[in-house]
Write a protein that binds this ligand. Structure first.
Ligand SMILES: [Zn+2]
Length: 327
């Protein structure tokens, strides 16, 4: 009798612990089953998508953003990781370098950054992952290049202006509000000498006459700029001067070139502050993703064990759960 009572007590304790575990982590879903190979300074480490996503989204978007914006960002990060082929030679899916793949913060970094808000913020990011469990964007059955950027002013950029054109990375409206986006419009002044040195052209005549032509692209950003007879792309000027985007105007004022720059980032794909604005207006994450990645469909992981395997079989595994994203 005593043994039975002891056994029952153990069963109760086990059930209680299991319940606590699920309350904290949620039941194992598609993200728990998906293994990612992560390239770090210490080599390749494997993590589950469920563990990866909150730390990656934390590195890319303020945790206090609207939940629908966090969910859109989570789907974009999940999709990016599934589609990324940059590190196949290393036997990895993604790295932790924001300049290459997606930013990834450690728990220690986040505890330092958030202090007493750590648990609250992580709970939001875990919820954004759980509520979009396993969902990723596809085009023609393949995970898409779900690139994103901080902010645009008015319109996003067409991928063809910077890289190869992709049908779902085209210029769309983006509703950022200068009063709500920090640093949406910035100004930088450089001297004539700094400009000629940074871009490597030979100065000719008075600087007020150096800018011969500015050609905007379809999204209104600078496609090319002709300075003293030399042609530069907007991306070259941005990189040389460290401008926040290629959406800039340029004028000669008070002995210097004044650059007025709108937005932050390459401008292609989803704008994070645009997503935040749409979410605040009541748009849900599916509609936000449909807007920034037109023509794509939302699919769900269906039991693939690794991101690499999914890429190989992606046309078979794209179990489309919604076609409404093409609207
Ligand atoms: Zn990378």
């Amino acid at each position: 009798m005593k043994q039975i009572r002891g056994f029952c007590l153990w069963c109760l304790l086990l059930a209680l612990l299991t319940g606590l575990f699920y309350l904290r982590r949620g039941p194992a879903g598609a993200d728990e089953r998906m293994i990612l190979a992560l390239l770090t300074g210490d080599g390749v480490q494997t993590v589950t998508m469920a563990d990866y996503l909150p730390l990656a989204v934390a590195g890319e978007m303020p945790a206090g953003f609207e939940m629908q914006a966090l969910q859109a960002q989570t789907v974009a990060v999940r999709t990016f990781a599934l589609a990324c082929r940059k590190h196949e030679r290393d036997g990895a899916d993604v790295c932790a370098d924001p300049g290459c793949c997606v930013a990834l913060l450690t728990e220690q970094q986040l505890r330092q950054r958030w202090g007493g808000d750590y648990e609250k913020n992580m709970a939001r990011l875990r919820a954004a992952a759980a509520q979009t469990d396993g969902q990723y964007l596809t085009y023609g059955g393949q995970p898409i290049q779900a690139v994103f950027h901080a902010s645009s002013l008015g319109r996003t950029e067409d991928s063809g202006a910077l890289w190869s054109p992709l049908p779902y990375l085209v210029s769309v409206q983006s509703p950022e509000d200068p009063r709500q986006v920090p640093g949406l419009v910035t100004q930088v002044t450089v001297t004539a000498q700094e400009l000629s040195q940074a871009l490597g052209f030979v100065p000719a005549g008075d600087p007020s006459g150096w800018v011969e032509q500015t050609v905007p692209d379809a999204a209104g950003r600078v496609e090319t700029l002709v300075l003293c007879g030399q042609r530069f792309t907007g991306a070259q000027v941005r990189a040389a001067l460290g401008l926040r985007s290629t959406a800039f105007t340029l004028s000669w004022q008070d002995g210097g070139f004044l650059f007025t720059v709108s937005g932050y980032g390459h401008g292609v794909g989803m704008s994070q502050y645009g997503a935040q604005t749409y979410a605040a207006q009541g748009m849900d994450y599916r509609a936000i993703l449909a807007h920034y990645y037109p023509g794509t469909e939302l699919a769900c992981l269906d039991g693939q064990l690794s991101a690499g395997l999914l890429r190989k079989n992606s046309s078979k595994s794209a179990d489309t759960i919604s076609s409404s994203l093409s609207s």
